[in-house]
Design a protein around this ligand. Sequence first.
Ligand SMILES: [Zn+2]
Ligand SMILES: [Zn+2]
Length: 178
Amino acid sequence: MSHKMYVNFQELSAAGKSWEMDVSAAVLMDAEAGCVNALENVCSDAHWKGEIQRQYGIYTLRGEWSLSVLRQCDRCTGEFEWHVKGDCKRLYALEEPVDIDEEERADIEVLSPNVVLNLVDVLREEVWLAWKPCVICKDSCQGLCQGCGVNLNQDICQCKGDQRDHPFAALAKMKFDA
Ligand SMILES: [Zn+2]
Ligand SMILES: [Zn+2]
């Protein structure tokens, strides 16, 4: 894989490092391309940009990313492209930092001095952190009819007129404007 995916902290110049790149879906789904669990069903390249800067032995990584994953709607079961994006801030050090309080120290990941950071792994971790187990194709998704099972986004319900057993039927009789 291209060297631009890797950050060697010991070789980092005083100016730090910045990147803006497209990481292909194939790389994100390739188990060999990193140590973090590979993503699945990625349907667009990820846009990944960020920078790492060093100050007093602390390396601060700030990044922004976005990509699309093919997923199943939790409401209508249809497949759709789930667009997800995020930003991140991570702190690294090559030795246990001193002279900072407990709380700050907890946010800092201490790496072994010769470690090389794989930016694909960082990106994958961020995507997993942003992962939502249940997603819907659109806010206005009508879902499936509880009676006849048709996808109400595409078809007209076949069981209209007999909604008495519908779990929300009772709601129809309620007044919400009281
Ligand atoms: Zn849906
Ligand atoms: Zn129906």
